[in-house]
Design a protein around this ligand. Structure first.
Ligand code: PLP
Length: 450
């Protein structure tokens, strides 16, 4: 206990936390996570916690895989670091680029490496604009994104993202980015049936293109399923209509697969799940199952051809293609392939998780449950029939999240939407435990609120 208190005290003296009210955190004391194995975290007070979020949607193969430790160790002994600037490359970067081209949707055969999802989206912004300038259409520069999207925390990432609290800090978005409606049927669908709402939400893209002028619009960026925005699963009609619109006006499609990539939907990529052929995919998180920081922008043949024939692309990072991170990514992808983890998520674990999760819809506090593959959400509401929310939006979610933590479960709250995205390797029994703890936490939340 004393050790925990010392760590907490020093933490608050010297450590500023991301996405946190650091003052409030110092009062409460941060929970100290010391180790992890499989789907479980262990804190410094000896509590065992089921990680229903796989860290931050990333530990797809679960914690404690020795193969990744070995891959990192061997690579560190051989060549811990070298760059890929100035006409040099190294085996892990080459092998990983080759592997990503093999597993990515057709035509996405070229990798540009970064260290994070945010850096991927910064890279995409510059590549998209460079592409159209090189094609002698320099006016095609505007990127259309969606409200409530999350595309990272760098200046370009947060600008592409549609979260207004992030825009308020740092005077964002930067120019040339506009945001349209998200396909959030439960929250914004009104009386429209889901399919009609899907078309309606997609047509917001066409309206925006027409109002800006198609000769001004460079690209549309979107997550296949909006994650941090609340696991927004678009109606079935949404993506086909978006596809039609982009083809009609010759606009590039950027899929931000930072969450959906590497099996989250039960397919390798959300683009496979929705049958999309994007021009770019941003990848991070699950690429190494979070064991080391790495990102990659996958670029289509069409765009790569222009990049290759238009002189120097003045962009890159010290750690682009970092050998140790790349070696760990390769070991991670091999585990996903050799153990059939994604196939199992599609055919067994995902369906079981969704079936059990949907049972929570019977709870008096739950307005809707939804999910796809290995990601799911539920909406806490005060009245089921009228879909009325609690007045102080976010309080119910925070309460529920804290009850979950105390009950030994990590579940995330986005406002009053509760989210899970567990490691893909979670067992049936562990899923049962997750549901039981979620139900108990909802009961406690109801008691506290009503
Ligand atoms: N894009 C999406 C869809 C994300 O969910 C995230 C992070 O949660 C990012 C980008 C940013 O990635 P990173 O935190 O690695 O910069």
């Amino acid at each position: 206990k004393q050790r925990t208190e010392t760590l907490q005290a020093n933490n608050h003296k010297h450590h500023l936390h991301p996405f946190s009210d650091n003052g409030a955190l110092a009062q409460e004391g941060a929970r100290v996570i010391e180790k992890a194995q499989g789907v479980y975290l262990y804190d410094s007070n000896g509590n065992k916690i089921l990680d229903g979020m796989a860290g931050l949607w990333c530990v797809n193969i679960g914690y404690g895989r020795q193969e990744l430790v070995d891959a990192a160790t061997q690579q560190m002994q051989q060549l811990p670091y070298y760059n890929t600037f100035f006409k040099t490359t190294h085996p892990p970067a080459v092998r990983l680029a080759e592997k990503l081209a093999e597993i990515a949707p057709e035509h996405l055969n070229h990798a540009f490496f970064t260290s994070s999802g945010s850096e991927c989206n910064d890279t995409v912004l510059r590549m998209v604009r460079h592409y159209w300038a090189a094609k002698e259409q320099p006016d095609k520069q505007v990127i259309i994104s969606r409200k409530n999207a999350y595309h990272g925390s760098t200046v370009a990432g947060a600008s592409l993202g549609g979260m207004t609290p992030m825009h308020k800090q740092g005077q964002l978005p930067i120019p040339g980015i506009v945001h349209i409606q998200q396909p959030y049927w439960y929250g914004e669908g009104g009386n429209l049936p889901a399919d009609e709402f899907g078309i309606h939400a997609a047509r917001a893209l066409e309206e925006q293109i027409l109002s800006l002028g198609e000769d001004k619009v460079a690209a549309f960026i979107a997550e296949p399923i909006q994650g941090a925005g609340g696991v927004i699963i678009p109606p079935d009609t949404y993506w086909p209509e978006i596809k039609r619109i982009l083809a009609k006006y010759d606009i590039l499609l950027v899929m931000d697969e930072v969450i959906c990539g590497f099996g989250r939907t039960g397919h390798w990529f959300g683009s496979n799940y929705y049958d999309l052929q994007p021009d770019f995919m941003s990848l991070a998180k699950g690429i190494t199952s979070g064991y080391l920081p790495l990102g990659a922008v996958m670029v289509s043949d069409k765009v790569a051809e222009v990049i290759r024939t238009s002189g120097e692309f003045n962009h890159g990072f010290t750690y682009s293609g970092h050998p140790t991170a790349a070696a760990v990514a390769l070991a991670n992808i091999e585990i996903l392939q050799n153990e059939g983890i994604i196939e199992k998520a599609r055919t067994i674990t995902g369906p079981y998780l969704q079936q059990r999760w949907s049972e929570l819809a019977a709870h008096p506090l739950v307005g809707e449950t939804r999910g796809a593959g290995m990601v799911a959400a539920l909406e806490i509401i005060s009245d089921k029939t009228s879909r009325t929310r609690f007045d102080d939006k976010g309080t119910a979610g925070t309460l529920c999240r804290d009850f979950c933590f105390n009950n030994g479960l990590v579940m995330r709250a986005v406002g009053d939407t509760m989210i899970i995205s567990p490691p893909l390797v979670i067992s049936g029994q562990e899923i049962d435990e997750l549901i039981e703890k979620a139900w108990k936490s909802l009961d406690q939340t109801a008691k506290a609120l009503l």
